[in-house]
Design a binder for this molecule. Structure first.
Ligand SMILES: [Zn+2]
Length: 75
């Protein structure tokens, strides 16, 4: 079972935002969609947000490792 520790780095942690954090992220996402950037920072750690697409999925995440992140499915 020692291999579980070795493989831990490959596991991506997805931290679910609280409702308040989600409100802030939603506002930041609106600014990204309107202006292509946002001055809003992560309410949990103060880092910048990152916004990008993978296929039809819209990813909105804090730039810090293992911080809050949301994934929305596009149309
Ligand atoms: Zn953060």
């Amino acid at each position: 079972m020692a291999t579980m520790t070795a493989n831990r780095a490959a596991i991506q942690t997805r931290v679910i935002p609280t409702r308040d954090e989600l409100d802030i992220m939603a506002q930041a996402a609106r600014e990204f969609n309107a202006y292509g950037k946002t001055t809003i920072r992560c309410p949990r750690c103060g880092s910048e947000f990152k916004h990008y697409y993978i296929g039809t999925r819209e990813i909105f995440t804090c730039t810090a490792d293992n911080c809050i992140r949301i994934v929305a499915r596009g149309i």
